[in-house]
Design a protein around this ligand. Structure first.
Ligand SMILES: Cc1cc2nc3c(=O)[nH]c(=O)nc-3n(C[C@H](O)[C@H](O)[C@H](O)COP(=O)(O)OP(=O)(O)OC[C@H]3O[C@@H](n4cnc5c(N)ncnc54)[C@H](O)[C@@H]3O)c2cc1C
Length: 477
């Protein structure tokens, strides 16, 4: 719908100048800020919520996927990702994936057999947010919480962003900058800077459903596992069909998904699916949030009544932020296609890998995965990520790691998970050094130099990094 437009002009104070402004403190913004600050840039990290971690903390998605090989034999994503995982695990805030044994039913995963999904990194979102604060303080990154990126001001030629305009309790203000990492997940900066972006399915613009995540504790996991062993299913489709026939199950989805977090008995419930949400539309997000909260209450009631192990469960957290899986994607000079992935295409500018499969539920049928149904498999365990998919067209000093990259939307399946987002953010942060210091365009960054810097930081650039002595320990069903 077209709305009348009114001009709005204000003079805003320019408070400081930074080499790099990172907008968004999620899995792509965190490593970008850290890598750039460690390389000596003066970095400002702007985050609209009050904590770092992005969807992983604020939306309660506390299970880092895609950073391990599907058989758990090594790291698809290393570098800063591995440092954070190891550090948090050492203080009890996460489970080190190397200690996770494959079992017939893994409480950490979705399937009863060996799968990439089993081998994520479950973590405590409260511990993670506190830990990430420490990392930023130590690296000397200036963090501005409760601050939204609003707009950009470009140079006279329109080729570079010169200032970012922000809003927080201090009002509207700006920072001058030499480069910007757009880690908002929604390509907010790229879109405001006029770069080409697309959204949703080509045929109708629809996007994959959103989820309001919640965590429960006091779950009797042994009872839950016992039922899964008895029925051979961990999705509870039969129970759900029965509840639907009784008129008790009224949701648009037919599967029940839980994952154990950092301690036994505490589970993340990744089950609600809210269709027709547009995460770039304020009203739509508000509607989605209300529907999500309503569904969480109803679902939790059914869980306590009917699902084994949940009779005494308590809600520990309902995420304060709706989990939006898909919004805008930039259209870069290169668009990574499904055909590229299926052809096992290699790239000279590979900066990292994902160990995760296709996963983008159908916008209208939330329990269905179009590519799984067509039995389209991935040709290899680790999918490479080319640097070019991070680089938007039309502006020289903005880069866009994370889930808003330049890909055909199904390629988001393997690449949008938090592990690969860390890999992309790490690369974006290091690529910012020549952009901020020498005025190079992100599209012209010397990729061999970038890869050398990533290798020096311990990142998995040429291939996944295998753990010595850790082999496959799982038993398939
Ligand atoms: C429901 C759901 C379940 C998922 N399950 C998993 C899973 O189990 N494991 C896994 O690894 N991945 C999972 N994913 C995918 C993964 O969480 C995301 O794709 C990933 O977090 C994207 O990282 P990002 O840094 O691009 O964006 P985000 O994680 O969205 O981070 C973006 C950050 O930018 C901030 N921001 C946004 N706009 C602005 C602005 N204008 N100004 C200032 N700050 C802003 C946001 O507050 C946020 O902190 C799931 C996603 C969803 C939604």
């Amino acid at each position: 719908m077209d709305h009348p437009s009114q001009p709005f002009a204000r003079t805003v104070p320019v408070l400081d100048r930074y080499d790099l402004v990172v907008c968004g403190g999620g899995p792509s913004g965190i490593p970008a800020a850290l890598a750039a600050a460690r390389a000596g840039l003066k970095v400002l990290l702007v985050e609209q919520t009050g904590q770092l971690g992005g969807v992983g903390t604020s939306a309660g998605v506390s299970h880092l996927l895609g950073g391990r090989l599907p058989d758990n034999s090594g790291w698809c994503v290393a570098g800063i990702f591995k440092e954070i995982v190891e550090g948090l695990a050492a203080r009890g805030g996460a489970i080190d994936p190397r200690t996770i044994r494959g079992e017939r039913f893994s409480p950490f995963g979705w399937t009863g057999k060996v799968s990439s999904i089993t081998y994520g990194v479950p973590f405590d979102p409260i511990a993670m947010a506190a830990y990430l604060d420490e990392w930023m303080l130590e690296a000397g990154v200036d963090v501005l919480y409760f601050t939204a990126f609003v707009d950009v001001e470009r140079d006279a030629a329109g080729r570079r962003v010169e200032r970012v305009v922000l809003f927080n309790k201090s009002g509207l203000h700006a920072y001058a900058c030499a480069a910007v990492v757009d880690a908002t997940g929604d390509a907010d900066v790229a879109a405001r800077a006029g770069c080409p972006v697309v959204k949703g399915r080509p045929e109708d613009g629809l996007m994959t459903p959103a989820t309001l995540m919640f965590h429960v504790d006091r779950v009797d996991q042994d009872a839950l596992a016992g039922e899964i062993y008895r029925t051979g299913s961990n999705r509870f489709r039969e129970l759900i069909a029965h509840l639907r026939s009784l008129g008790e199950w009224e949701f648009s989805y037919e599967i029940f998904i839980t994952v154990q977090l950092h301690e036994k008995g505490t589970l993340m419930v990744n089950t609600t699916r809210i269709c027709d949400v547009d995460g770039t539309d304020g009203r739509s997000l508000s509607r989605g949030m209300m529907q999500g909260r309503r569904e969480v209450q109803r679902l939790f009631g059914l869980m306590r009544k009917h699902f084994p192990g949940f009779a005494d469960a308590r809600i520990k957290l309902v995420a304060p932020v709706l989990g939006v899986r898909e919004t805008r994607r930039i259209v870069g000079t290169y668009v990574y296609s499904v055909a590229d992935v299926l052809a096992a295409r290699d790239f000279e500018d590979t900066i990292g890998f994902s160990g995760y499969p296709w996963d983008l539920p159908d916008p209208k049928r939330p329990s269905h995965q179009p590519l799984h149904e067509r039995k389209v498999g991935l040709p290899r365990p680790a999918t490479p990520i080319p640097y070019r998919v991070l680089v938007p067209r039309g502006i020289e000093n903005v880069i866009c790691p994370g889930r808003a990259i330049s890909v055909e939307r199904d390629v988001l399946g393997p690449l949008r998970e938090m592990g690969p987002c860390y890999a992309m953010g790490h690369a974006a942060g290091l690529a910012s050094v020549p952009v901020a210091r020498e005025g190079v365009a992100y599209a012209k960054v010397n990729v061999e130099d970038l890869k050398a810097r990533l290798r020096a930081d311990g990142a998995a650039v040429d291939a996944p990094i295998h753990d010595p002595g850790i082999g496959l320990v799982a038993t398939a069903v």
